[in-house]
Design a protein around this ligand. Structure first.
Ligand SMILES: NC(=O)c1ccc[n+]([C@@H]2O[C@H](COP(=O)([O-])OP(=O)(O)OC[C@H]3O[C@@H](n4cnc5c(N)ncnc54)[C@H](OP(=O)(O)O)[C@@H]3O)[C@@H](O)[C@H]2O)c1
Length: 310
């Protein structure tokens, strides 16, 4: 049996993505085969396509893109205990597989039951961005109730989850966004919303316990001065400078988000309870996957862009 998959055979612009017919994969003992209903687009997809995502080199081509998925379990390996065919599941995938395909293999420990009440499009928008926010704030940033956090890029895929998680934790949340997202950031629960184009965040954010940096460059560089001594800079864009960390008596952490079915289940419970809400910017049919990726890469996007497959 074959399926359609959106693959790259070389690195480059959107034109290198093409639909191929490939065999439907077979699950190993600890794996599930998922029929994909929806898959969302993340910056890692176009960075991978351009050859700018470090862990994926030429030797891994051809490669199916897509790291976020929601769908129905089609088949289970012998040792899978938590899922049965017909269950609805969602997951972030490791970079060795791709969700922009009609079927995909999940490891059981990557997968979580899809949150009740959420459609596949909404569910597919969650895993990678929400896990990145969760792991950055809590596993690497150690954010506690009552602490002060500054989140740069708060209206994007990762940022809009981070604001909601930090608010739910009971932190005081400062954010930077562009002007059109000021109201959106307030609705998410940010206490201090800074328009990064017209204001200097240093003037309004001080004595931060944590800076969660989704932007890097000059934004990160200027952020050291808003941390209090002993504070932490967590970045999704590589390890912050050790020299700067030392000079500011702070800690710098770079990290790569990882699939985690248990954390995804906890996030799903917050979504079911209505305390966290995913924001969808746009949905596209699978046939328009190139346009979806270009939209995410080039246009101002609030929240997530999702592909509908079934
Ligand atoms: N290490 C990891 O595991 C990991 C995981 C996920 C993501 N990432 C990386 O983290 C970054 C964010 O990911 P994402 O999915 O949230 O991206 P995204 O959805 O594209 O969001 C980025 C947001 O940043 C805003 N922005 C741009 N320049 C800004 C500035 N100077 N100050 C404040 N906000 C600014 C954009 O708004 P405007 O368009 O209005 O400017 C947009 O809302 C990406 O570079 C991604 O590759 C890394």
């Amino acid at each position: 049996m074959t399926m359609r998959a959106l693959r790259i055979h070389e690195f480059g612009g959107p034109e290198v993505m093409r639909f191929d017919d490939v065999p439907v994969p077979q699950p190993a003992d600890d794996e599930l085969l998922l029929r994909v209903h929806a898959a969302s687009v993340n910056p890692v997809d176009y960075k991978t396509r351009e050859g700018k995502f470090g862990p994926v080199g030429e030797d891994q081509l051809p490669l199916t893109l897509g790291r976020d998925v929601s769908g129905t379990v089609e088949a289970c390996g012998r040792r899978v205990e938590g899922f049965r065919p017909g269950d609805e599941a969602y997951a972030m995938l490791a970079h060795d597989r791709g969700a922009f395909a009609e079927y995909v293999i999940l490891k059981e420990d990557e997968a979580s039951p899809k949150p009740g009440g959420l459609g596949h499009v909404e569910a597919a928008s969650v895993p990678l961005a929400a896990l990145t926010a969760w792991q950055g704030l809590f596993d690497h940033g150690g954010l506690q109730a009552g602490q002060r956090v500054l989140i740069h890029g708060a209206a994007g895929g990762v940022g809009h989850f981070a604001v909601q998680f930090a608010r739910e934790k009971g932190a005081r949340v400062h954010v930077t966004v562009s002007e059109r997202d000021v109201e959106f950031a307030r609705r998410l629960g940010a206490d201090e919303v800074i328009d990064y184009r017209s204001e200097r965040f240093e003037d309004r954010a001080r004595d931060m316990d944590l800076v969660f940096d989704l932007i890097a460059g000059d934004t990160q560089q200027r952020s050291w001065s808003v941390l209090k001594p002993g504070g932490t800079m967590v970045s999704t864009l590589g390890p912050p400078s050790e020299d700067e960390a030392r000079a500011h008596h702070a800690r710098g952490v770079g990290y790569m988000a990882e699939p985690n079915g248990g954390q995804l289940a906890a996030i799903g419970r917050m979504i079911e309870a209505g305390s966290v809400v995913p924001e969808i910017d746009a949905t596209f049919p699978f046939d328009d996957a190139r346009a979806a990726e270009t939209h995410k890469q080039e246009d101002h996007v609030r929240g997530k862009v999702v592909l509908r497959l079934a």
